[in-house]
Design a binder for this molecule. Structure first.
Ligand code: 0A1
Ligand code: ZN
Length: 879
């Protein structure tokens, strides 16, 4: 495994159809935490007419085989062959009934894939290839069948027994045992199978669909969390209604179950009618969850619900097509959140996330197209590229075809492919055919990796009253691809005059002026657009609503940016202009810092931020977004060689400079927003809290902050305000920070989700003392290296969100982190691989740091029996 990245790769081009159809899968589970017996029975039918016999090939992993029989004959070990994860039964007849029995060991399963134990209950995670850890089966998404699942268990230990579909029958057995049988009428791939067994409490509601189907909605949680399910339930009902109204899609069963677990590798999982969620995306109560948590829950509940059509009813042919369901479903959840909250704020957050996480991926050692051509370990491809960039590609269809055209395409997609396992090409064809357009060139977005750059230049001809924009596109080569083609890039522009008024737009070939935003579609390497009847040199408002996943280069002056910040009608452009100006100023100070020069605060930035803060018309949440300075990692991405300490110093210097200049205004705005009203969950209240807490974070850069933070902490009736105050006190080294932290700990010590926040606010603190604190916190009783949420909250945050800590010049952060990756690899390879990717950008640092990081990557790569997951990440990074 260690040296053989290519040898272990699986290629998209090698896809072949599975030769068998399977009619129904009957599963029987004799449930126990230590060991569970799994019996399976399935009927194979050979596809096509030509052959009389065919090998049956199945996947399995970590299964203790008890018995195998084919058509009533018990097989002996000479009747089949097991090699790695495949079992082959040669020359099976055209119609064959296979029965298997295996034993699995849930309590010892720390990888959290297959059947495992969480607290006192058992559950499964099968995507992408976890079903093979439960039983022998063709574990690939294009093999779809109906499932009938019978579970038997001790009633007092496992009173609740759940699987997909409808409960068909149940009964009692001797010795305090019972059984339940579930039947899912929809054929599904194995990755959507789920089972839950244990002592869980539930909250119930219902939803009547448009056609009158009464659906029972149940959220299962551990008893003590019953008072935290209300928001998740409300989000689910909103999602069901929204999908009917916006996409004309209705739920298709009488039951919808959600189960929350504290032990989960990802956010949540869309198993048919039995979603399993990381408890972080279910549980919320105002005193224990932040506004961001509430929004996250709404988004993820929506996401998993929307998968029922985009993922479950129509699924992926193979895992290379993952973005078919994920890009589309992320687009749907983004639209849901935009319709439920503020569209503009949602858009900005999505863009910040894409730039912050996906752009570095595109530019790094794991660069891949949204539809990859090869992989070693599919779990490493649940990436920002497949999900978030994938969603942006779907958004481009929407931008180009409009809502009506897009929905026509969706309709045709379901007409053609309901019940099938298909490809991204099938989706594109449905969009193209429904709208009578040619999308062949657009399809390049699926196969090309890397972030395209669009360079914009302009020319104003005063005599002719013409304004010409020249757009040039270019995609830099990436680790995985040497040659790049031109792409189809929708590019919305507006023009402002010096007063900030929007100009009516008329292109040279148009007869009249119309509208103030024009959608240009760049397809060639270079294109020119000339606007006529332009009376003065305009300020270009470029790339409105962020219409493609590209980087835009235009040499904006600060005066132009100031105009956009103050007046642009497009919230994204307004925000982006503020980010550009702040970035420009911070990077300039970073250079001065490196050259031993004194840093300065720029007066145009002061004016712009004063303007933002004085705006009483705009949504406070938008103002909050505009006031948040670009983070250190994003700034690092803009530098040739990352200057870790310089960026930190320059950003801090600018924030302090802004704060001290604007202190009176900040205090005024803070006071006005800190109105002592009791907590409410409305998006208006969330927006006001967002701006209030941004003001507080600036005030904390001055002597005016600490007393306000202390007062806010004391008065707070919600976790958003509490956390903002404590986090602020920690960051400014307030003498009361330690006391506040220990009070928080005393109050929340039994609450695992809140303790995650407690770990995070300590791990994120910049500076050299934090590594030791993180080491100490690993010994805290609430920490467990086996729990992914804990690992992410403490170790992940330190490595990925604390640049001055992780990149300490002596390499101590690197050594510590590599130790954790190695430790985790023996427990949970998926999480270990995510953690290992903290080293992915190592080549962008100065020589001493590069050397230190490379040494740690080599140390990890040399570990015996390293998992394929981690091996793929570190060997790619080292290449
Ligand atoms: N399909 C889920 C994501 C997911 C993927 C893998 C998992 O386990 C390894 C779990 C969940 C989603 O998109 O929400
Ligand atoms: Zn998904």
């Amino acid at each position: 495994m260690k040296d053989g990245l290519s040898a272990n790769s699986i290629y998209r081009k090698d896809y072949t159809v599975y030769p068998w159809d399977i009619d129904q899968l009957d599963l029987y589970f004799d449930i126990g935490s230590e060991s569970t017996v799994v019996r399976a029975e399935m009927e194979f039918h050979l596809k096509g007419e030509e052959k009389e016999t065919q090998d049956i090939v199945l996947n399995g992993s970590n299964l203790q085989l008890v018995s195998l029989s084919l058509n009533g004959h018990l097989l002996s070990s000479s009747d089949y062959a097991i090699s790695g994860e495949t079992l082959t039964i040669p020359h099976a007849p055209r119609k064959s009934v296979l029965k298997t029995e295996v034993k699995v060991y849930p309590a010892g399963n720390s990888a959290l894939e297959g059947l495992y134990l969480s607290g006192a209950f058992l559950l499964t995670q099968c995507e992408a290839q976890g079903f093979r850890k439960i039983t022998w089966f063709p574990d690939r998404p294009d093999v779809m069948t109906t499932y009938r699942v019978t579970m038997e268990a001790d009633r007092s230990e496992f009173p609740v027994l759940l699987s997909n579909g409808n409960q068909e029958a149940a009964g009692d057995l001797a010795d305090g045992r019972h059984w339940v049988r579930w039947q899912d009428p929809f054929p599904k791939p194995s990755y959507l199978f789920a089972l839950v067994a244990g002592d869980l409490a539930l909250v119930e509601d219902n939803f009547v669909t448009r056609s009158g189907r009464d659906v029972v909605l149940r959220i299962y949680v551990e008893e003590e969390n019953l008072d935290r399910c209300e928001h998740a339930m409300e989000s689910l009902i909103n999602a069901m209604r929204w999908d009917e109204e916006r996409f004309n899609l209705e739920y298709d069963l009488d039951i919808y179950h959600i189960v929350a677990t504290n032990d989960f590798n990802m956010g949540a999982m869309e198993n048919k009618s039995l979603n399993i969620f990381n408890s972080k995306y279910v549980l919320a109560r105002p005193d224990a969850a932040t506004d961001a948590d509430y929004q996250g829950i709404e988004g993820v509940i929506g996401h998993e619900y929307f998968h029922n059509w985009t993922g479950n009813r129509v699924t992926c042919r193979d895992w290379f097509e993952l973005t078919l369901k994920e890009g589309l479903t992320v687009f749907r959840d983004e639209e849901f959140s935009a319709d439920m909250q503020s569209r503009a704020v949602k858009r900005i957050r999505v863009v910040r996330d894409l730039r912050g996480r996906q752009f570095p991926e595109d530019d790094g050692p794991m660069s891949h197209p949204i539809r990859p051509d090869r992989y070693v370990e599919i779990n490493n491809f649940y990436t920002a590229t497949v999900y978030q960039k994938g969603a942006t590609i779907i958004r481009m269809y929407h931008t180009l075809l409009g809502e009506a055209g897009f929905q026509k395409g969706m309709k045709l997609y379901f007409e053609r492919h309901d019940g099938q396992a298909v490809t991204c090409d099938d989706f594109l064809a449905a969009m193209a055919d429904a709208n009578g357009v040619d999308l062949e060139r657009f399809g390049r977005w699926y196969s090309q990796s890397g972030t395209p750059q669009v360079h914009v230049s302009d020319h104003y001809d005063a005599a002719a009253q013409k304004y010409t924009l020249t757009l040039k596109q270019h995609t830099p080569v990436t680790h995985d691809q040497q040659t790049k083609q031109s792409l189809v890039i929708p590019f919305a522009v507006g023009l402002l005059n010096a007063k900030g008024e929007e100009l009516p737009l008329q292109l040279e070939n148009e007869t009249d002026a119309s509208g103030s935003t024009r959608l240009l579609v760049l397809e060639k390497a270079q294109q020119e657009y000339t606007f006529i009847n332009i009376a003065e040199a305009p300020v270009p408002s470029l790339f409105r609503d962020y219409s493609a996943p590209v980087k835009i280069f235009y040499d904006y002056s600060h005066a132009q940016l100031a105009t956009l910040i103050a007046y642009d009608s497009d919230a994204y452009v307004r925000w982006d202009a503020a980010q550009r100006m702040a970035q420009d100023v911070i990077l300039e100070q970073c250079r001065r810092h490196a050259n031993g020069k004194e840093m300065k605060v720029d007066s145009s930035l002061l004016r712009a931020f004063r303007g933002i803060l004085s705006d009483h018309q705009a949504d406070p949440a938008l103002l909050a977004e505009a006031m948040i300075l670009p983070d250190e990692d994003y700034l690092a991405e803009q530098m040739e060689v990352v200057d870790v300490d310089g960026i930190h110093a320059a950003r801090k210097f600018i924030k302090q400079g802004l704060a001290s200049d604007l202190v009176a205004l900040l205090a005024e705005r803070y006071a006005e927003l800190n109105d002592g009203q009791p907590y409410q969950k409305t998006s208006g209240d969330m927006a006001r809290r967002a701006l209030k807490n941004v003001c507080l974070s600036y005030l904390l850069e001055t002597s005016a902050g600490e007393s306000r933070a202390i007062a806010q902490l004391e008065a707070s009736d919600n976790m958003t305000d509490t956390l903002a105050a404590i986090n602020g006190l920690i960051l400014v080294d307030s003498p009361i920070a330690d006391g506040a932290l220990s009070e928080f700990e005393t109050r929340w010590r039994e609450d695992t989700l809140v303790m995650d926040k407690w770990f995070t606010i300590q791990a994120i603190k910049p500076g050299p003392g934090t590594l030791n604190r993180v080491r100490e916190l690993m010994q805290h009783p609430a920490f467990s290296i086996q729990n992914p949420n804990k690992v992410r909250a403490l170790i992940g945050v330190f490595a990925m969100l604390n640049p001055t800590g992780f990149h300490a010049a002596d390499g101590s952060g690197y050594t510590f982190h590599a130790d954790r990756v190695i430790e985790l690899d023996g427990l949970n390879p998926q999480i270990a691989a995510r953690m290992a990717s903290a080293f992915n950008r190592w080549k962008r640092y100065d020589d001493p740091r590069k050397k230190l990081m490379k040494a740690q990557l080599q140390r990890i790569a040399a570990v015996d029996n390293l998992s394929g997951d981690v091996s793929e990440i570190v060997n790619n990074a080292l290449r």
